[in-house]
Design a protein around this ligand. Sequence first.
Ligand SMILES: Cc1cc2nc3c(=O)[nH]c(=O)nc-3n(C[C@H](O)[C@H](O)[C@H](O)COP(=O)(O)O)c2cc1C
Length: 335
Amino acid sequence: MTSFPHSRRLMQRGIDFLGAEHAILCGAMSWVSERNLVSAISNAGGFGVIACGAMTPELLDAEIAATKTLTAKPFGVNLITMHPMLFDLIAVCARHQVSHVVLAGGIPPKGSVEAIKAFGGKVLVFAPTLALAKKLLRSGADALVIEGSEAGGHIGPVATSVLAQEFLPELAADHVVFVAGGIGKGDMIAAYLEMGASGVQLGTRFACASESIAHPDFKKAFFRANARDAVASVQIDPRLPVIPVRALKNKGTEEFTAKQREVANKLDAGEVDMAAAQLEIEHFWAGALRRAVIDGDVESGSIMAGQSVGMVTSEEPVTAIIAQLMDESEMALSR
Ligand SMILES: Cc1cc2nc3c(=O)[nH]c(=O)nc-3n(C[C@H](O)[C@H](O)[C@H](O)COP(=O)(O)O)c2cc1C
């Protein structure tokens, strides 16, 4: 058996932090990252993360319990910071003694990091700027994920390569930092490890694994797509800031433009305030993603995918994907 000595040496801090064989996280993907994919990733030596998304505490409770029956390896739970029941969800994680909680979708609200640490959970956060990253790490976050605009799903404006150059030299010596966005091959993993990353997070590359419950038509759309098909949504009204989403272009991406117009008109008419307007936009995405992933509606559903989608060409088991990534990383580091 190959042991990937070069890669594992550079991943050591990430490996120790995650308690996994390899410091490769499968980033939480709403509707996709449920018990089957999460347990498969952790069983294969990676680190799976349940996407809580808009789940109720009861649903999350059931999902964690079910995942535990499928793997004895560590896995994490991703919670969206703007979830109205965030603290109840943290309490569910506490009851299950979840080892790692990822706080995504915004700055963690006051008390949330403390509540996770209080039950012994490790906290991973995202930070769009270096200043915010330093602040979050000072105030108790245990590790950082930097995610560039190549990624699938909700994205920031800056490319992974630029974030890596800005964040890693400042933070990697003293902190666990995982790099996400646009990683399709192990060569790229090797590059970020050499820059000081403790590990990486991939989503797109794992979304259509054999163990993923995504609808066959969702998977087919991935296998057919090229990098240029995974486009970021465009904001049409300067008053209505929408977080861009990267997805395969289809009728759904056009419908999003119409949705924005509808919500902007409601704002104009004073029918909704800004918070309600933004929530309506987020509900649009959640519903559209479900339609694509679960129902296989690849026409008007949202096929969230990163630019690495062109490197996903067939359905493979998670073990094969991880083995290939580690092989490629090792070859690159041995050269
Ligand atoms: C279909 C899909 C759904 C996603 N949903 C979420 C989510 O619910 N929460 C989250 O924090 N990130 C979400 N992401 C981002 C992934 O966790 C991961 O960070 C990202 O896919 C990494 O970049 P890559 O797509 O280039 O590999 C999603 C990504 C995809 C492709």
